[in-house]
Design a protein around this ligand. Structure first.
Ligand SMILES: [Fe+2]
Length: 286
């Protein structure tokens, strides 16, 4: 079974691309099934979907809570003004096999350019009409399958330093935090904009900023599968070392500017990771 059809056959996991799919017709992607999943699954977040583009995704559950419980929010999804985020559905006994079949197909493509695909995860997003997913970045590369409704999706390049500054990038990777990742209207002219319908798919590379707005006519469902590779970990680790160097008052070269200096930072990262991780600090698995 083939799960996705790439628009361009020269898939490169470091570059954005689009694909089509048929998951909107899959039994496990129907709203009633996803509702059952949401109500049995241990990791589900939900909050108001009526939030500004500038809202920090890190604090949205606290700052814009839903005014109803999860079952009521889902049963009234057309009017409840809710965003429901079902996390790590690869761990569900019913969804796990399905998710891994899709990830196996993706792994074949990813390994054309990158190595050691891991951190295989899957997520579902259910959004009331008119809802917003504010500007943010994720700690992985994503294949985003749109299932139901209409959305406008904006995507940026994580290497565009007029959008993602070096300091924001280092903070994001260094502490895995989004508090410095905020939307600014000047970013809009630099975005790739996609009007997406069921059957459309977008691949966005590691940590590429994105923002989504739901159509006002109906609620929507999207599904994404994500991963990291050796190349992604190298980007994270160099930025994490840069963040550390800044704490000592240094101004490190940006990741990607010098292969030699990046390799020295990766060696330094390895020393810190292997010596400090037994103490349970945040260098473990970083
Ligand atoms: Fe995201």
């Amino acid at each position: 079974m083939k799960w996705l059809n790439r628009v361009n056959n020269n898939f490169d996991a470091s570059k954005k691309s689009t694909f089509s799919h048929d998951l909107q017709n899959h039994p496990l992607m129907q709203f009633d099934e996803l509702k059952k999943l949401a109500l049995r699954h241990p990791t589900v977040k939900f909050h108001s979907a009526n939030i500004p583009r500038t809202q920090s995704l890190e604090t949205v559950v606290k700052e814009a809570p839903s005014n109803m419980n999860l079952a009521d929010a889902l049963n009234n999804i057309e009017t409840s003004g809710t965003f429901v985020f079902i996390q790590n559905i690869q761990n569900d006994p019913i969804y796990g096999k399905f998710v891994n079949e899709i990830l196996d197909e993706i792994e074949n493509d990813v390994h054309k350019n990158q190595s050691n695909m891991r951190k295989r995860q899957a997520w579902v997003f259910i959004t009331s009409p008119g809802g917003t997913t504010p500007y943010h970045r994720d700690q992985e590369s994503a294949h985003y399958f749109h299932i139901k409704g209409k959305k406008t999706f904006w995507l940026w390049d994580a290497k565009d330093r007029s959008v993602v500054s070096q300091k924001e990038n280092e903070f994001f990777h260094g502490v895995y935090g989004l508090s410095k990742t905020r939307y600014d209207e000047t970013y809009m002219s630099k975005a790739s904009e996609y009007a997406i319908n069921p059957g459309d798919g977008i691949f966005f590379p590691y940590t590429a900023p994105h923002m989504v707005e739901n159509g006002k006519e109906e609620f929507s469902i999207s599904f994404s599968v994500t991963h990291m590779t050796d190349e992604d970990f190298a980007i994270r680790r160099v930025n994490k070392i840069n963040q550390l160097l800044r704490k000592f008052g240094l101004s490190p070269k940006d990741q990607g500017e010098s292969g030699l200096i990046d390799n020295l930072k990766l060696a330094f990262h390895w020393v810190l990771r292997t010596t400090l991780s037994p103490f349970g600090n945040n260098w473990k698995n970083a």
